[in-house]
Design a protein around this ligand. Structure first.
Ligand SMILES: *[C@@H]1O[C@H](CO)[C@@H](O)[C@H](O)[C@H]1NC(C)=O
Ligand SMILES: *[C@@H]1O[C@H](CO)[C@@H](O)[C@H](O)[C@H]1NC(C)=O
Ligand SMILES: *[C@@H]1O[C@H](CO)[C@@H](O)[C@H](O)[C@H]1NC(C)=O
Length: 269
């Protein structure tokens, strides 16, 4: 069972992506530098990229719960474009707190969403902005075009090859089709959305986990899981951000209320 689930891989885990170009965003291209200003790279203490995320507040990053490798191991990098190259636009911040969703279930991948509170704010500038989010429970019709972006992963051997951000455009696949016996056979919950090309060859992959699926300019999905990468039978499965909009707002607000209260600083930023 555990082994089987391992094979139905979280996109964080190296698996059968090796047939594809470096296990990165499949079938996409590099957007122009710093054009996707809210995407962040989560890096290990050794500077290895392992997941993506989106800046939703100068102190908060939204990512997938399965990207939780422990706070001490993590660095958030905003304003990046080519990993492993110093472009002068990068901003680094260590997490202060990780808040995975309380309903996150690692065997079903349900509620695969996490907020990261940063220890220092990210400055918003020409290279960094906040990600717009959908309203609570806003749905998307099948066929709606979206875009997923990420850095995929660098080599296992640890050598940091400079890698530029990649992006690919994909249509939403209906939950009905994605949950059917010809696809994920009942494993799709209401907290997930699927996106992928009917002919395959376009997908998020290993290392893109936690990164944004953007539709109509808003982050509707977080790269969560799948079965291989770019297989037409198995679209990519994303956390449905609109199901968690209230949780996101409440988590950010309640943390502030608590901090402000303990610092005796009501009403101030
Ligand atoms: C995860 O989901 C499975 C299947 O529904 C359930 O059996 C299990 O108890 C859940 N685990 C947690 C930690 O909620
Ligand atoms: C669905 O989940 C079950 C139990 O976790 C697993 O055995 C099965 O392989 C999954 N099927 C697909 C198509 O993901
Ligand atoms: C997917 O199928 C399973 C099994 O039929 C069902 O329990 C589940 O509710 C379905 N998911 C959605 C979002 O309808």
């Amino acid at each position: 069972m555990a082994m089987l689930l391992f094979l139905v891989l979280l996109k964080l885990v190296p698996a059968n992506c090796l047939d594809f170009v470096q296990g990165r965003i499949v079938g996409g291209y590099s957007p122009s530098p710093n054009s996707i200003k809210y995407i962040v790279s989560l890096q290990s203490s050794k500077g290895q990229h392992f997941c993506g995320g989106s800046l939703v507040h100068k102190y908060w990053v939204l990512t997938a719960a399965h990207c939780n490798i422990g706070m001490d191991q993590m660095m958030v990098v905003a304003g990046d474009y080519t990993l492993g190259a110093n472009e002068g636009t990068e901003q680094y911040s260590k997490p202060l707190m990780l808040i995975p969703h309380p309903l996150y279930n690692r065997s079903t991948n349900n509620a695969d969403i996490m907020l990261i509170k940063l220890s220092a704010p990210i400055e918003l500038n020409r290279y960094v902005s906040l990600a717009p989010l959908p309203k609570q429970n806003t749905g998307l019709l099948a066929g709606r075009m979206c875009r997923v972006s990420g850095w995929g992963s660098t080599s296992h051997s640890g050598g940091l090859i400079p890698l530029t951000l990649r992006t690919v455009r994909l249509p939403i696949v209906s939950t009905f089709k994605c949950n059917s016996s010809s696809s994920f056979s009942g494993n799709i919950t209401a907290n997930m959305i699927c996106a992928g090309s009917s002919t395959g060859g376009k997908d998020a992959c290993k290392g893109d986990s936690g990164g944004p699926l953007v539709c109509d300019g808003r982050v509707y999905g977080l790269v969560s899981w799948g079965n291989g990468c770019g297989d037409p039978r198995f679209p990519g499965v994303y956390t449905a951000v609109s199901r968690f909009r209230r949780w996101i707002d409440q988590t950010i607000y309640s943390t502030y209320a608590r901090c402000l209260k303990s610092a005796g600083l009501f009403g101030k930023d």
